[in-house]
Design a protein around this ligand. Sequence first.
Ligand SMILES: [Zn+2]
Length: 513
Amino acid sequence: MARIAIGGFQHETNTFAPQKASWDDFARADAWPPFLRGEEMFDAVAGFNIPVAGAIMTLRARGHELVPLCWCSAPPSSYVEQDAYEKVAGWMIEDLAAKGPFDAVYLDLHGAMVAEHLEDGEGELMRRVRAVVGDAIPLVASLDYHTNMTPAMVRHATAMVGYRTYPHIDMADTGSKAAELLDRLLTDRRVLHKAFRQIDFLIPLVWQCTLLDPAKGIFDLLGEIERGTDKKGAPSGAHNQGIVSLTHTPGFPPADIKECGPALVVYGYDKAATEAAADRLAAAVKAREKDFAGRLWEADEAVVEAMRLAKNATRPVILADVQDNPGAGGSSDTVGLLRALIAHEVRGAVIGMIVDPPSAAAAAAAGEGAILQRGIGAGVGFAGEKPVEAAWRVVKVGTGIFTGTGPFYNGAKFQIGPMALLIDEASGVSAVLACKRVQAADQEMFRHVGVEPSKVPILALKSTVHFRADFQPIAEIILPVRSPGAHITDPAELPYKNLRKGIRLSPEGPVYL
Ligand SMILES: [Zn+2]
């Protein structure tokens, strides 16, 4: 039995987004738990599809003594404010020093945190952890798929284990895998060799989805190398010798930092085999460079095409508002797609979620059946947009308190209200309003205000990829739409200043100089 410290500090930073992450954003609950410190962590994270929950379950099952530090997350946004970073990191390090000694440390990290005063939030956090616990004990971290993996992270962590799915349906499982690896390191007590590679082109999020190639095939290859067999179970070459773990993180492009971009790390006991596996995986990603691509529709043409397709469809045509994804720093209140739906009078269409606390509160106060003559959305004013004025009828209001049921948000205890379903009677278009920025990636968000998503002819979702986990099974077809939003899909459009020279801004795209 080992004594293991457990903590977590999650943020995905889009340095181009309009809103920063303050301490309050980490302190409060949204879809994930609020800031947790000490023993309260265990009960509060149980049942969530998040890494720390999986890690706790697995380490307990192996009989280890777990010592909770603190855990928190905030919705993706621009920089983490210095005050918030130092508060959380400060408490974590304080508890680590006070509650030790430890045999190992597990951290639940996103891996793309940029603070106002630090480019590499996780690398710095792990450096501070090492300064307390020393270099001798295992420090294992789980990572998001959208990690911008840095040399400092690779140096300070004994090992890191990343998600292999996007939509992320393996978050708790990845925590379990990291815990299994930690347990193995405590038993084996051998030096792990690390092979780190950075890929020299950025990949837009919308083309990183593992339900589609090329990402699907690349992640199949990770499994093959790890198992040492191909899909049919036959041995697949010598590269599996002593390989312990592989992680590939396709990166989070809208982060203006030197280490932005896809990367991979392979851990193994045999140096040559570990390096060879890293080379093989890097070559596989590079070989598919041109395939990370697809069509994005302008809002207007997407709506016209959706109306054409919906005529003969038995299931919803889904329009993915991929740039206003709050899960990537979007404000979730832009109105380009809403305006297009209204302009074409798409009766029965529903868009969600528009994050507009004043309008949601006004709807809740006015009550069901009331008419609200007001503008909705565009509260942040991204891209100079203005709220959409109409005589909105309040169809249904909700508390915003409900539990996620889809594969991504399964078990998440939402606290995002008040919520409301409003309809513009003139055009027949409805909008779901909420008060916190949470990605439209679970059907319960719509059912909560009386909408059965599978019955909606044209459904517009503020999400890039995560919605696919719960909505692709009910969709006739999905059209990714380019409408205003702070998660700019084509990195070539972003005004970077700090990338490393020579990286291509998109697959086969322009070189950053
Ligand atoms: Zn992610």
